[in-house]
Design a protein around this ligand. Structure first.
Ligand SMILES: CC(C)(COP(=O)(O)OP(=O)(O)OC[C@H]1O[C@@H](n2cnc3c(N)ncnc32)[C@H](O)[C@@H]1OP(=O)(O)O)[C@@H](O)C(=O)NCCC(=O)NCCS
Length: 178
């Protein structure tokens, strides 16, 4: 299946806000109510307030198979990581910084009506990296951050993320943009 990735703003421009709301409100992610709630109820407001950008992964017929969101974030440098990793996270000019700016892959989910054969993690990461690398070209930025539950750590590690911390139930993983 050929996949397309479309910015939510473009989707709204094409189908109108009412139709877009209708399409997003039927997105279903039983395993993760937070990501289901975001796309159903918050994505459009986040878009309008410029707090995040949401991207829809679509079939050629513009059926929504999945989505992810990107935003700006700041991460505290964990004190437990190696000196080499601290240095790499801080980069030149921030040698003693306690926190550093980064991009956040904030939400990511496949609709329950789609399957692994339609859309998998590799597709999400490839699309997200394309947008993040474009942003990096204009404004810099050293890495992409994702927060995830224990069950997903292995999957992200298989896609070049490095686990650096755990706070509460969520693991923090980063991917250097090299
Ligand atoms: C994340 C996702 C896109 C990955 O798709 P994929 O590459 O096709 O991989 P799978 O769906 O097979 O998931 C990989 C493993 O993670 C597990 N998993 C996926 N989402 C999970 C969740 N929310 N909670 C617990 N485990 C989860 C799967 O059960 C599977 O485990 P297994 O390898 O032991 O069978 C898809 O699983 C998804 O949409 N999950 C729900 C939304 C979500 O939790 N997003 C993560 C936000 S950080």
């Amino acid at each position: 299946m050929t996949l397309k990735c479309m910015e939510l703003r473009e989707f709204i421009a094409r189908v109108g806000e009412d139709e877009a709301e209708k399409a997003l409100s039927s997105f279903s992610v039983k395993r993760n109510p937070d990501v289901e709630n975001f796309i159903r109820n918050n994505a459009i407001a986040y878009e309008k307030s410029d707090n995040a950008r949401t991207y829809l992964v679509l079939t050629e017929d513009i059926d929504i198979l999945g989505y992810f969101s990107l935003a700006l974030s700041v991460i505290d440098i964990p004190s437990e990581i190696s000196k080499a990793m601290m240095k790499k996270m801080r980069g030149f000019g921030r040698l003693s910084a306690d926190s550093v700016p980064c991009y956040l892959l904030g939400q990511l989910a496949r609709d329950d009506n789609a399957s692994h054969d339609d859309l998998m993690m590799r597709d999400f990461i490839d699309f997200a990296i394309e947008y993040v690398m474009a942003a990096k070209q204009y404004v810099g930025g050293r890495f992409l951050l994702i927060d995830c539950v224990d069950d997903l750590v292995d999957l992200y590690e298989r896609h070049d993320f490095i686990k650096i911390n755990k706070t509460g139930d969520l693991n923090q993983l980063i991917m250097f943009l090299e």
